[in-house]
Design a protein around this ligand. Sequence first.
Ligand code: TYD
Ligand code: MG
Length: 470
Amino acid sequence: MARTRATYICQACGAVAPRWQGKCEACGGWNTIIEETAAAAAVPVAQRTKRKGRVMQLESLSGKGEEAPRLASGLKEFDRVIGGGFVHGSVVLLGGDPGIGKSTILIEVAAALAGKGRRVVYVSGEEAIGQVRMRAERLSLKAANVELAAETNVEDIIATLSEGPAPTLVVIDSIQTMWTETVESAPGTVTQVRGAAQALLRFAKKSGAAVVLVGHVTKDGQIAGPRVVEHMVDAVLSFEGEGSHQFRILRALKNRFGPTDEIGVFEMTGRGLAEVENPSALFLSDRDLGSPGTAVFAGIEGTRPLLVEIQALVAPTTLGTPRRAVVGADPNRLSMILAVLEARCGVRMGGHDVYLNVAGGLRILEPAADLAVAAALVSSLSGSALPHDAVYFGEISLTGAVRAVPQAAARLKEAVKLGFTRAVVPESGQAEGVDGIALSSVAALDRLVAEIAARAPRTLRAAAGRGEDG
Ligand code: TYD
Ligand code: MG
């Protein structure tokens, strides 16, 4: 029997400290270290000592690779994000804020797969059977042949799942509520979460069932519990959206069997999550035509073109250090664009607060958005609205040159589909144009600035100067 000894484990990063301390030295978190029992925390000493090893069967690299047959659930937006469908024996972690719709999307996926005659088990550690049924009723999925359990003990769950034919899909809602008898710490601690996840992972690999673990997200957006769970699983998905918006975006943060740049777009309705097949139309649905400070960016998310509105507000500041607030884009990228505007185009925003927002709760990471961001900024500063039928894309370099970006044709086609007739694009490296849209190419950012300024009711210099007087 292993001696039990207290160890101190950070609940945020899983680091082990020799004694209790207020701050974790590994991740810098405060009050994240709690006491757990050592017999459970580490691999039991008894197991580490002289057990005679079992002889394994070694395989050759060239042997027939186990192909990953995918099992599409039928929910297209979901399947796209996981790379075409569930891979047998894989474990997926789905993270997201409370109330964002994790249980809803998973019951929909479960019902869709069950409808194809597969065995699907939904285990809820948070809600009673009645509550899960109520949700299913609301989604009109009551007739679906999904097997339900309200249980938190991992050994009991695995014993139940091992009875009868192996399930195709097992949903565990959520991993933080699960506990395993092999670990002595309290449920919800890092050690328990890790132990439970490990047991379920072993079950998935052995039985070939795909397992989806729901994970809660802490205030700063990390999946609560140890990072190690993220390392253990095959894919990490994140379900995002703003409470006030009905859009929900599913995105892969890690995927051993597929791409990580695909997104799935859903809309939360009174009767569950509806798939959004044409997200561009949705993201552009309530545009404010004719007001300065907005530009439409023709972007690419994964394999799919997506048009979004970029909104900028540039306003004179009363603060010594002007504000730079960004929602849905990279603040460093904004700083760079502001610096290039100032150094290469003579547009001074030092006396102005700058707010940047990507409409619809979307997050844009592509450098191709630079040109649209710059256009929105200059438009807001000069008070000159951009043409409402134009889209923008192009990467801005530190020299002020506008660089080509990949998949220009796909971006242009999507713009045509949504009724845009003009595109402002990089000059170099553009493939031939697309029917129905006029290209206006810019080689350097100052060209675009001059064009916008020429239509402006107030000159840029005057606008920039006003902030400096104050
Ligand atoms: P839920 O799936 O329980 O969220 P999570 O599991 O991520 O905590 O979804 C809860 C929210 O979704 C709740 O605020 C109500 C809303 N909702 C709808 O608007 N329509 C619906 O059909 C359902 C089932 C939920
Ligand atoms: Mg839930």
